[in-house]
Design a protein around this ligand. Structure first.
Ligand SMILES: Cc1cc2nc3c(=O)[nH]c(=O)nc-3n(C[C@H](O)[C@H](O)[C@H](O)COP(=O)(O)OP(=O)(O)OC[C@H]3O[C@@H](n4cnc5c(N)ncnc54)[C@H](O)[C@@H]3O)c2cc1C
Length: 131
């Protein structure tokens, strides 16, 4: 098999990247995911969210290191291991950033968004929700 790009992880970022790259039909993309298909009903039932936080197959079952700040406890650190990655098991909460988050003094100053104006960021955000 030959590919122009190999993407490791079919999570939020990997799927978006694969989708964008394959907008050009001449570009071949190999998208590799450690987890399985997103068939599990828990993914598609809103209340299933709570049953997936430490799921045996849908997550990586990560734990934090025990820490004095948590009274020596290791805390569950949920990350998705399935097509769609953590976005397949997340809470679907959408919070739109404040314009100042993307201004010269905000997040934009330390990110790839640097130099982009708040109005441009609105255009690039999901058009169905953007104003
Ligand atoms: C429980 C939970 C609730 C959340 N709720 C919200 C919310 O309501 N709103 C919101 O905006 N955000 C939420 N988030 C955060 C959001 O889901 C993540 O920030 C986002 O999905 C991360 O995207 P990503 O592409 O960086 O990683 P992921 O989507 O996690 O994708 C990484 C992918 O790479 C795969 N992978 C890793 N290593 C390998 C390997 N070696 N080989 C092959 N594949 C590999 C993984 O299995 C996974 O599928 C939540 C996250 C969690 C865990």
């Amino acid at each position: 098999m030959q590919a122009d790009y190999i993407i490791i992880g079919a999570g939020s970022a990997g799927c978006v990247l694969a989708n964008r790259l394959t907008e050009n039909p001449g570009t071949r993309v190999l998208l590799i995911e450690a987890g399985g298909r997103d068939w599990n009903p828990l993914i598609h039932i809103p209340a299933g969210f709570f049953k997936m936080l430490d799921h045996d197959t849908l997550t990586w079952k990560f734990r934090s290191e025990p820490d004095p700040g948590t009274n020596g406890r290791a805390i569950v650190y949920t990350r998705g291991r399935v097509i769609g990655g953590s976005s397949s098991i997340n809470g679907l909460i959408y919070i739109r950033g404040q314009p100042e988050d993307y201004g010269a003094d905000g997040f934009a100053a330390i990110s790839l968004c640097a130099g982009k104006s708040a109005s441009l960021m609105r255009v690039r955000w999901p058009p169905a929700i953007g104003s």
